[in-house]
Design a protein around this ligand. Structure first.
Ligand code: WT7
Length: 657
């Protein structure tokens, strides 16, 4: 582990502080500066205000139970149902005809679901799932693209107390199989296929392939998304979604009252090992935290139209498309397509037509908008926007300014939000109605969050220095454990900096960061074997093991680099076995193997062949050096290398491509 390894951006370039526009501040949800101190003085009871955003079937006894730290419990003894909180209570509050989801399809079609309509759909599918045999605590895997059945299925699971495990639709059959196997999941909700760049793309065949390798029997529900464009035949234990819900038309299902600490969902993410980790989120703490941060940070109000442009297949979409906005009773936009189809003004056309209030996206997207030019946003009226956000990667001051000027018209604050699958919701950012923004720095920890930047000994570093980003206090949205992996949970996150003997538990994020005099934190990137590509976490080991499966490959090292573009890309360095021919066909086989193990998101920017990988005298591959080469940066110290002569060859081969 080496925090100097952290990559992302030039940290000397954090911009000067800037006050949020006063027009925003005047109406913000949270404006009382005293909130930071109030949380300090009253911790952990301060978190009651998050829980108070929900309706509980039974009040909780304790805000926080630290007895089994780091297996913390929140709002223990309380009971609630997430789907009730996202649906029923809004009907009761007279908002039945208020729009819950505005779905914007890939082909220009669009569909609005009011809270009542969503309630009906969720209930019908919940009844169908029950009928299929799904019981409380059965894990239901959902492998769907951005179509309305995805949040409907999630809420239907939540209604009957069955944890969902959503697998991003772009992941491969192997990746789906690994996740279903790890979760012992016997239910799958998928679709026949979906449109990708105008073509019909077969999803069911991927799902079928995944099922072939599973030991358990699986019942599959298939949404017919493509109709005539992709005829399909249902096999054994496969059911058509529309037939199932038609059988249960008009039925309602009582929401199952879940314990606060009962699992709401599982979300697999990449860790340092080759095996994906099943991050467990619970009902009371997660939902409270999702609602609280949506309200306090994204400034969402019930009458807003909120648009988070992430995919629901990742945590960002879970928290800020589905659970946060719906818990607050707001209107959430769900977009199936890409930003540049049919044209590069597509997103702004959607903002304009729906009068979107809050827009939350990834820095890579902002970089792309900036590259395309302001003529695209300028074609539309974006004056409905009130707040902008970014998530997933650092945003440099230049795209930050561009976003501020050309999308926000200098009227919208930008929140640069740092968090992770494991934190459940935003943990480090500015409260937009209170704090100044510093372009390039995410901001200070949120009230109640004790984020620090520490050195190898766990001591806070001085302002301006880099170190490891750690969280020194629990928070309601935190992951409770890894599915089937309590020990691994402690190992991955709590071993590095905790001193259990003194009862001090410290959560390690895996990120390098720097902190300034005002406690503003700038994220420098991952320090472990995880690469963050456009906000998607990929494990280098997982990619390497896919490469090693290709015949002719002797050794492989995968690193993240930003040589070619503004963001981080995957670079694969491969040495071949004697007799194997390095060249385009082997490179294609390497790429194909990665795509089949993980999916197209892990596709390498470059596959570089070399006769040997750079190694230390003890035989360790020197990844840091490969990262420097991939990023076209000056090379660090190479004196520890056993084979320094190889460096020039690798550099030449990387640049050659
Ligand atoms: C990793 C978490 C939940 C966010 C979406 C990705 C990086 C996240 C920022 C930010 C710089 C960021 C970190 C983190 N990251 N937000 N505002 N600035 N880096 O969730 O897949 O769990 O990835 O994304 O490296 O550890 P994830």
């Amino acid at each position: 582990m080496d925090y100097r390894n952290g990559r992302g951006q030039d940290t000397s370039s954090v911009g000067p502080p800037q006050r949020p526009p006063s027009s925003f501040v005047e109406q913000a949800n949270v404006t009382d500066e005293g909130i930071y101190e109030a949380f300090e003085e009253n911790w952990p009871a301060c978190w009651e205000r998050a829980a108070a955003l929900l309706e509980w079937d039974e009040a909780y006894d304790d805000v926080l139970d630290e007895e089994d730290a780091p297996f913390y419990e929140w709002f223990t003894g309380g009971k609630l149902n997430a789907s009730y909180n996202c649906l029923d209570r809004h009907l009761e509050a007279g908002r039945k005809n208020h729009a819950a989801i505005i779905w914007e399809g890939k082909r220009g079609e669009s569909q609005t679901y009011t809270y009542r309509e969503l309630f009906v759909k969720v209930n019908e599918f919940a009844a169908a799932l029950r009928d299929l045999g799904v019981e409380e605590d059965d894990v239901v895997t959902i492998y769907l693209p951005m179509i309305p059945e995805l949040p409907i299925a999630m809420l239907a699971c939540a209604r009957i107390g069955a944890p969902h495990s959503v697998v991003f639709a772009g992941l491969s059959a192997d990746a789906l199989a690994t996740r279903m196997d790890a979760a012992d999941s016997e239910y799958l909700v998928t679709c026949d296929g979906y449109y990708r760049r105008g073509d019909a793309f077969n999803q069911l065949s991927k799902a079928d392939n995944a099922l072939l390798s599973l030991e358990q029997d699986v019942s599959t529900v298939v949404v017919d998304r493509l109709g005539e464009d992709l005829p399909h035949v249902l096999g054994d234990r496969q059911y058509d979604y529309h037939d199932l819900v038609a059988e249960h038309a008009g039925e309602t299902v009582d929401p199952v009252s879940r314990g606060s600490e009962d699992m709401l969902f599982l979300m697999y993410t990449s860790g340092t090992t080759g095996k994906p980790k099943g991050v467990v989120h619970t009902t009371g703490g997660y939902l409270s935290y999702a609602a609280w941060t949506t309200r306090a940070v994204l400034d969402v109000e019930p009458n807003d139209t909120h648009w988070c442009s992430a995919d629901i297949g990742w945590i960002t979409g879970h928290t800020y498309i589905v659970y946060g906005p719906l818990a607050l009773g707001t209107t959430t936009v769900m977009y199936e397509g890409t930003p540049d189809y049919p044209d590069r003004d597509r997103l702004w056309e959607i903002v304009d037509r729906n009068a979107v209030d809050v827009f939350y996206t990834a820095p890579t997207a902002v970089q792309a908008f900036m590259k395309w030019g302001e003529q695209y946003p300028n074609q539309h009226d974006l004056s409905s926007l009130r707040l902008l956000g970014t998530v997933g990667e650092p945003i440099s001051p230049r795209p930050w300014r561009w976003y501020y000027e050309h999308i926000g018209d200098e009227e919208c604050p930008i929140v640069d939000t740092w968090w992770q699958t494991e934190t459940g919701g935003i943990t480090v950012t500015t409260l937009p109605g209170i704090k100044s923004m510093k372009p390039g720095a995410a901001g200070p920890p949120l009230p109640g969050i004790d984020a620090r930047v520490v050195d190898d000994d766990g001591e806070s570093v001085s302002p301006g220095e880099s170190g490891y980003l750690t969280l020194h206090r629990p928070w309601p949205g935190m992951a409770r454990t890894l599915y089937d992996g309590d020990e691994q949970f402690v190992e991955e996150y709590w071993r590095q900096f905790s001193t259990p003997d003194d009862d001090e538990w410290v959560y390690f994020s895996g990120d390098a960061a720097r902190i300034d005099d005002d406690d503003y934190i700038t994220i420098l990137g991952r320090v472990d074997d995880v690469i963050n590509v456009a906000g998607h976490r990929l494990s280098t080991m997982e990619i390497e093991s896919a490469i090693l499966g290709v015949s002719g490959v002797a050794e492989a090292a995968v690193v993240g680099g930003n040589g070619g573009s503004s963001g981080t890309d995957v670079y694969a360095y491969v040495s071949t076995e004697n007799g194997a021919e390095p060249g385009p066909s082997l490179a294609a086989a390497v790429t194909a193997s990665i795509e089949s193990a993980i999916g197209p998101i892990a596709r390498p920017e470059e596959v570089v062949f070399t006769s040997e990988l750079p190694k230390t005298r003890s035989g360790k591959i020197m990844r840091r050096l490969l990262e420097d080469i991939a990023s076209d940066e000056e090379l660090g110290d190479t004196s520890a290398l056993r084979n320094p002569e190889i460096v020039g060859e690798i550099q030449a081969a990387t640049r050659d491509e």
